[in-house]
Every structure is written in structure tokens, then in C-alpha cells.
Design a binder for this molecule. Structure first.
Ligand SMILES: [Zn+2]
Ligand SMILES: [Zn+2]
Length: 171
């Protein structure tokens, strides 16, 4: 397991509720912390599995460029895009900080932090697996016959299966 982080990414953006913020803008600082597991693919240096700093930065930059009212929206968007891009994240924390928010007095910063933890246990063999609980979930595996998938859902409900167990049922 390893922590991969980008700390103190500075952006100038126009998020916010107030017109002043949307016109003048604010300075923002974004921190991203990712706990990853070394999968076999990561050891083999597969770029899709290895967290790439540049990709993480570009994801943050793109999310900052789209103006929204809430910092929560920015943070959630970054989290979602990182999940879409990388499949080996065990835990993640995203912090989006607005410097000198216009609150009438001196305030250094206001921030929003979103975090997620994606370790689960396989319903069949009890070994740990990673699942984001969305449509990328391994239990939505399309390599299975529809009938097999229905059977598995009948047996295991919403609980996830690891890749090896899915392979056991695969076509
Ligand atoms: Zn799952
Ligand atoms: Zn399993």
C-alpha cells in the first residue's frame, strides 16, 4: 500500500455564491491524498493502474475551471473523475480550500473535504477487494452471462465478488 498525494495545487477560479466571487474570483488550494494498493498490473508498470500525478493534476484543473457555487461540487467532481481514471484506490481524501473568503472579517481559508474508503470483502471467498460501489463495480461484470449474473445476484445480493470468484463464473 502506498500514499500518493498532490499537496498545495494553487488555482485561481470563480466559484462561489456571491457575485463578487464570480466576477473577481478567489485563490484556491487543492490537496489530493490517495491510498493505493499495488495490484499486479501496477507492479508491471501499467499506466492505467499506476496513479499518474499529471492525470490527477489535470483532473483537478478541469474541475476548477468549471464554475460552480459550492466547493462540495468541485471536490465531489474531482473524486468521481479520479475513481473513473484509476481502479486501484483504497482510500481517498480531497480537500478544496478557498483562500480569504469574503466573509467580512479576516478569515484565512474555508475548505471542504470529501473522503471515501473502498475496501470490501468478497461475498464468496471473504478476501478483501476494492469496489467503488458504482457502475464500475466488479459485480456488474459484463463478461458473465445475464442468467449467471442474475443467479449470482440471487445468491449474494448486493455484496461484491472478487475478480477470481467472478472468473470462476465467467463465460
Ligand atoms: Zn462492488
Ligand atoms: Zn472471492
Amino acid at each position: 500500500m502506498a500514499t500518493i498525494a498532490l499537496e498545495g495545487m494553487h488555482f485561481y477560479a470563480r466559484h462561489g455564491f456571491y457575485e463578487e466571487e464570480q466576477v473577481i474570483g478567489n485563490e484556491y488550494v487543492v490537496d489530493v491524498y490517495l491510498e493505493t494498493v499495488f495490484t499486479k498490473a501496477a507492479v508491471e508498470d501499467d499506466l492505467y493502474q499506476t496513479i499518474n500525478y499529471e492525470t490527477v493534476y489535470l483532473i483537478c484543473e478541469a474541475a476548477m475551471r468549471r464554475n460552480v457555487k459550492l466547493l462540495e461540487t468541485v471536490a465531489s467532481r474531482i473524486a468521481l473523475d479520479i475513481k473513473h481514471q484509476f481502479r486501484n484506490i483504497k482510500e481517498m481524501k480531497i480537500k478544496v480550500k478557498k483562500l480569504n473568503p469574503p466573509l467580512g472579517g479576516r478569515v484565512d481559508s474555508a475548505f471542504v473535504e470529501v473522503s471515501g474508503e473502498y475496501t470490501k470483502k468478497c461475498a464468496r471467498c471473504d478476501r478483501p477487494l476494492l469496489c467503488y460501489g458504482d457502475k464500475t463495480c466488479w459485480c456488474m461484470e459484463t463478461k458473465l452471462f445475464q442468467k449467471t449474473l442474475e443467479q449470482l445476484k440471487g445468491t449474494y445480493g448486493d455484496r461484491c465478488l472478487c475478480e477470481d470468484c467472478l472468473k470462476f463464473y465467467a463465460k
